[in-house]
Design a protein around this ligand. Sequence first.
Ligand SMILES: NC(=O)c1ccc[n+]([C@@H]2O[C@H](COP(=O)([O-])OP(=O)(O)OC[C@H]3O[C@@H](n4cnc5c(N)ncnc54)[C@H](O)[C@@H]3O)[C@@H](O)[C@H]2O)c1
Ligand SMILES: O=C(O)C(=O)C[C@@H](O)[C@H](O)[C@H](O)COP(=O)(O)O
Ligand SMILES: [Zn+2]
Length: 359
Amino acid sequence: MRTLQVALGERSYPIYIGPGLLGRGLIGEHLAGGRALLVTNETVAPLYQARAAAGLAGCDWRAVVLPDGEAYKTLETCQRVYDALIEGQFDRTATVVALGGGVVGDLAGFCAATYQRGVGYLQVPTTLLAQVDSAVGGKTGVNHPQGKNMIGAFHQPRAVIADTDTLATLPERELSAGLAEVVKYGLIRDAAFFDWLEAHAEALLRRDPAALTHAVAESCRNKAEVVAADEREAGSRALLNLGHTFGHAIETHTGYSGWLHGEAVAAGIAMAARMSTALGWLDERDRARTEALLQRLRLPTAPPPIPLARYRALMRVDKKVQGGRLRLVLLRGIGEAVVTAEFDEAALERTLREHAAAD
Ligand SMILES: NC(=O)c1ccc[n+]([C@@H]2O[C@H](COP(=O)([O-])OP(=O)(O)OC[C@H]3O[C@@H](n4cnc5c(N)ncnc54)[C@H](O)[C@@H]3O)[C@@H](O)[C@H]2O)c1
Ligand SMILES: O=C(O)C(=O)C[C@@H](O)[C@H](O)[C@H](O)COP(=O)(O)O
Ligand SMILES: [Zn+2]
């Protein structure tokens, strides 16, 4: 087992990474003596609820099983979690245990942040995307029909327990989606990790355990450092949004179904790279390396056709907009990104026009 730490003073917490962690009692050890509500979904429950129950042996807990899918990451679904907490007479010593992918983690974390003005929660991620990204850092929330993650709260978990055995049952498409966020860390701050990903793309796709564990651990290390430096995204944390302004627009446009978050982020990263090259900031060789790696990982590098005016409007529904000005994460090189509003609009226009549908 690897253990990392997210260093946030009194809100610091461990990230455990390794095989066989679900049944090892780690969940029970982090309940701080209170009762637990396990939040999971209809796909994950039959696969892993029994193993999580072994990790909760001797504890007082119950479960709520939600419908599966990004389209259910809504306030309406939160209501089901609140109902379970109230019907189960959970008090402020309760711990919410999020067992599942990023949808379950974001939603259960938000319920924990808001139930009785805030109770503790544990992230027990079972997708690659959740293990490398969403379980770490305390961004919780749900979608609004007009914009991704528009309702939410910063609320750090008490621990992250990433059992890498769960990745064995992940559909191939979901594995690739998680790899999009892994590539992101290489691009924004870790050129050596990007080189490693180029050398190990096939090993990752065939789920070589050592390669997957390394990818999870290096991703968590990078994310923990970024979050520790800027917990509430006053500045540098926004780099973790590489590709997301383009990508969230795809997810909203498609009604949170059809495109996976990681797929939309991959297309968004490729678009951010093209725009960076159009601005003269990223050389063509590094842009081509970026696109080639995403493609080898079986990820899309272009958005679906979206009318230009709609794409522009969707991109403005973004938490990085300040004073009406769009800010984007753009690349200066592999391993070097900036968040900026200072770019030539023509480069953005050109990037959007390349793929736009007729208005
Ligand atoms: N909070 C953050 O910092 C952050 C970061 C990145 C992404 N996100 C959010 O995370 C979400 C995407 O997360 P995701 O990619 O995990 O999607 P997801 O939660 O929808 O999970 C993907 C699919 O895999 C299934 N699944 C989960 N574990 C499985 C397993 N071990 N075996 C088989 N199937 C399994 C799920 O039921 C689902 O059908 C988006 O809502 C995104 O906005 C949040
Ligand atoms: O943790 C962060 O910060 C991120 O930006 C990670 C992203 O991968 C994630 O998709 C996040 O939810 C996007 O944040 P948002 O603030 O743009 O909704
Ligand atoms: Zn993301």
